[in-house]
Design a protein around this ligand. Sequence first.
Ligand code: URP
Ligand code: ZN
Ligand code: ZN
Length: 464
Amino acid sequence: MSTTLIQNGTIVTSAKTFAADIFIENGRIKEIASGLPAENAGKIIDAGGMLILPGGIDVHTHLDMPFGGTTSSDDFETGTKAAAFGGTTSIIDFAIQPKGTRMRDALDTWWKKAENKASIDYGLHMIVTDMPEADLADMDDMVNEGVASFKLFMAYPGVLMVDDATIFRALGQTAKNGALVCMHAENGNVIDLIVQRTLAAGKRAPIYHALTRPTLAEAEAVHRAIALAEMSGAPIYIVHLSSEDALNQVREARDRGLPAFAETCPQYLLLSIEELERPNFEGAKYVFTPPLREKHNLEKLWGGLRDDHLQVVSTDHCPFCFQDQKALGKDDFTKIPNGGPGIENRLQLIHHHGVNQGRISLNRFVELVSTTPAKLFGLYPRKGEVAVGSDADLVIWNPHELHTISAETHHMRVDYSMFEGFEVKGNAKTVLSRGEVIVEHGHFVGRTGRGEYLRRKARGGAWS
Ligand code: URP
Ligand code: ZN
Ligand code: ZN
């Protein structure tokens, strides 16, 4: 029997902050109380002066993902290790159903990508590219395998985009089976037309990626997605929301009491469209969809997080190396693989720019990066909580540590950082996954392949 006692720390949950010790037995939290005896513990960790948070849950990552003729540069080995360094102990990645195939095959493919590689626990969403009426029961089959959420694309026509009837069909099925549809909401057909006209005018630099994807194309799709969900009686979760226009649509729906949820990502909170104008093609480092927006959007998104119009911060981690992958689009912005790295820096950035800058409380920080992701995606209370019976996925967080984010020191397998030179105060000191220390004082001490597949529960019932 393995046992660990964490002493002298301050526990921070989404609901409260309090001093207590934590006794862990066989990977789970057995007891939380002050002054727990040390003699029963096989291992003792002194968390004096530290905060103890539930492990971060990143519900939007793309490891080992084929895209635009290449593959995201982190696989489940490098990506989950980098996540652990940053205090993330669970991820939910995306399996992709290639058009004309069954989702079961995609699930097998992604299980193979992850098994023996992941060092933290992982779940999978399924990206639906094809959903004929006759195959609708396949969605229930996925739910039975613990895939309690599906991503659909309203963008990327001819590749990932599905039509409104397919979206409506899928939403109808989730209204019955309790799963959650995650929507990439941008009006793909209109964007495609703007892109074709822009290319025809000889405009090929990275900045045109952003200029061809207006915020109204995002807001229109968010509105449509919510309307289709409302007609279906299903909840909806908008992924990587990037603009005030889109946020207004979610707020309006929530004000009407609809089960509409949305996430944003650190890049949309901290970076703006100017990054795409960097010289020497370096703007390509910031090419992802939706694109970075005008600066005035940033504070609106922080306000959305504070006021619960946005419920989750994920990363949309989808790294491509600048030298040999982003370079595919040197002469044509449409050929730049879309995506950016961030799995390692989410907690550091949101703690520093959110909590330290007085935009959100510590408890709200925990809620955004761990507890609500667990609740929405069928992992709660096993994950996302510091409570008796929960997995001992814990981050011993040093709120005073100064850290400079840099590609020189990060652990993601990518040759740049979107946040190069950002100075943050607050960092993960020790990270436990199911009671096992996996990161200690800047070293990975876990084991490749120890991560377990998370069979998530479809939530169903009350969503609001
Ligand atoms: O540009 C992005 N976001 N790449 C990853 C795929 C997606 O749409 O989330
Ligand atoms: Zn997307
Ligand atoms: Zn994504």
